[in-house]
Design a protein around this ligand. Structure first.
Ligand code: CFM
Length: 538
């Protein structure tokens, strides 16, 4: 029987002290639409209750690991104790493809100032300067990025002053990030900080004109498991020029020249919406929300890009590419549906994929009974229309909001306001993201920043056929006898983007939810008689 979501919520809350329960009550929501189709309000982007086991990461992770990390030729230096650099080294499966022998790839390196007690007491700027010089002498990169870890902010090292000096001395672009781990309530703060600095120091620094007809940037695609390669190939076959991706398979030069694009296509809204908005304000480049996860989403996104450029030849090419891919997609869909239809899934991941991956499950006929983000904001749940009502608390105010104005010489609105309104009314999401909840089923549970205690209760109550999360949750979930698919790293699989990726995903999930292995495993504590005190003593 289907559990009653309200009762489930009450049960989860009952375990908490009063104050925690009150706060969690606003973060655990039953997705029931109100009059006019409005979804309920959810509390998000607030501090995790101390003592709770959260899935979240830190601000440094969001800045260095997520947004800047995938760029192969920006040399990244972690200023801090060695653990931060070491444990963030190659832990995200962002792939990159150097184009030739001259194309640098520093992703495999782990550079850190290896801060010691002495620097904590007397300051670490000197050691940071030496590290930048040493790194430059070794690699001669185009750009160096310096990332701050918690102690840097606590002792007051000025990474930006060091960056400025080094930029002048070495004659390359050097910039720093005040992305101390504690800066925000999650890695989301790190995204914002990374967006700001990229925009301030890199975007628009290369004026080389681009002659191509249909030029876009892809924002918020990080090439996990090779996703960006699939999308790059699709766009190329459609005749759409990709100037830069923020930041899967990306380069410094591509960012520098990205203001030459005529459209920004945004995949992960959470991590990169700031760059999209700032580029529109400064250069006049509109952005639309796309989703290359799921076959339908991919087809729709390609069509929307074509509609934006309003060119018959382009549209024709796009349709050809789509129809060339769809046969294989539908064949696999048909096959897996016979085994997967009606099975249930839960998705608790990040700030984007808990939504975007629902489309893939829907294509397989599976049902999402509960989902939530780790660190997304209300707009990612309820849609950007709620932005004016989002409370700006002290934690958010902590993160700089850049004031951006139209560039005096380079501002060029690519489309007039009427064109954009017309596009919007034809179903293209101009400057809009509808969020996760409007697309979710009535009665599904939506939980922000899921706590581990709740994970275990949900598994127990719903017994879903699959649970999607990350490496921190994976083995706890599997010990409960339920398969766990990592939606951050894809375990060892992927790509899952585009048409080819959708086929990969259908097959992988089909295999996971239909394997009989789980019925053969029995936890030792279920199999053996309980040990008595006597038995332990003997
Ligand atoms: Fe965006 Fe991401 Fe995600 Fe994200 Fe991430 Fe990621 Fe993610 Mo892990 S940028 S919000 S901070 S789609 S690393 S590629 S999988 S939590 S849902």
């Amino acid at each position: 029987m289907k559990p009653n979501p309200h009762k489930v919520k009450d049960e989860l809350l009952a375990a908490y002290p009063k104050k925690t329960a009150r706060k969690r009550a606003e973060q655990i929501v039953v997705n029931e639409r109100r009059a006019g189709g409005a979804v309920p309000e959810i509390k998000a982007n607030v501090r995790t209750t101390p003592g709770a086991i959260t899935q979240r990461g830190c601000t440094y992770a969001g800045c260095k690991g997520v947004v800047i990390g995938p760029t192969r030729d920006i040399l990244s230096i972690t200023h801090g104790p060695i653990g931060c650099g070491f444990y963030s080294w190659l832990t995200r499966r962002n792939q990159t493809r150097a184009e030739g022998p001259g194309d640098a790839n520093y992703i495999t390196y782990c550079l850190s100032t290896d801060m010691q007690d002495e620097q904590i007491v007397f300051g670490g700027e000197k050691k940071l300067r030496a590290a930048v010089e040493e790194a430059y002498a070794l690699f001669h990169p185009k750009a160096i990025a310096i990332f701050s870890t918690c102690p840097v902010g606590l002792i007051g090292d000025d990474v930006h002053a060091v960056a400025r000096d080094m930029k002048e001395k070495l004659g390359i672009n050097v910039f720093g990030f005040s992305c101390e781990g504690y800066k925000g309530v999650s890695q989301s703060a790190g995204h914002h900080i990374a967006n700001n600095q990229l925009f301030k120091h890199v975007v628009g620094t290369d004026e080389t004109p681009r002659p191509e007809k249909f030029k876009i940037n892809l924002l918020g695609e990080y090439n996990i498991g090779g996703d960006a390669f699939v999308i790059e190939d699709l766009l190329e076959r459609c005749g759409i020029t990709l100037i830069s991706t923020f930041s899967g398979n990306s380069t410094y030069d591509a960012f520098a020249n990205s203001h030459m694009a005529d459209l920004n296509a945004v995949m992960c809204h959470r991590s990169i919406n700031y760059v999209a908005e700032m580029m529109e304000k400064k250069f006049g480049i509109p952005w639309i929300k796309v989703n290359f996860v799921g076959a339908e989403g991919t087809a729709k996104s390609l069509r929307h890009i074509a509609r934006y450029f309003n060119d018959a030849e382009l549209s024709e090419r796009v349709e050809k590419v789509i129809s060339g891919e769809m046969t294989a997609v539908l064949e696999t869909q048909f096959e897996v549906r016979s085994r997967c239809e009606g099975k249930t899934a839960m998705l608790f991941v990040g700030g984007s994929r808990a939504h975007s991956y629902q489309t893939l499950f829907a294509e397989m006929g599976m049902q999402i009974v509960a989902a939530g983000y780790e660190f997304a904001h209300r707009d990612d749940y309820e849609g950007r229309r709620v932005l004016p009502t989002v409370k700006v608390d002290a934690d958010s105010r902590n993160i700089e909001e850049l004031e951006v104005h139209p560039d005096e010489t380079r501002y060029l609105p690519r489309r007039g306001p009427d064109d954009l309104v017309q596009l919007q009314s034809s179903g293209v999401d101009v400057r809009e993201y509808q969020g996760m909840m409007p697309e979710m089923e009535e009665g599904a549970l939506v939980i922000d920043d899921l706590y581990h205690f709740e994970t275990e209760r949900l598994l127990d109550i719903y017994k879903p056929d699959i649970f999607c999360a990350g490496i921190k949750e994976k083995y706890a979930v599997q010990k409960a006898g339920i398969p766990c698919k990592q939606l951050h790293s894809y375990d060892y699989g992927g790509p899952y983007a585009g048409f080819r990726g959708a086929i990969n995903f259908y097959k992988e999930i089909d295999r996971m939810v239909n394997t009989r292995i789980w019925s053969h495993v029995q936890a030792p504590w279920e199999a053996e008689e309980e040990l008595t005190e006597d038995a332990i003593a003997s």
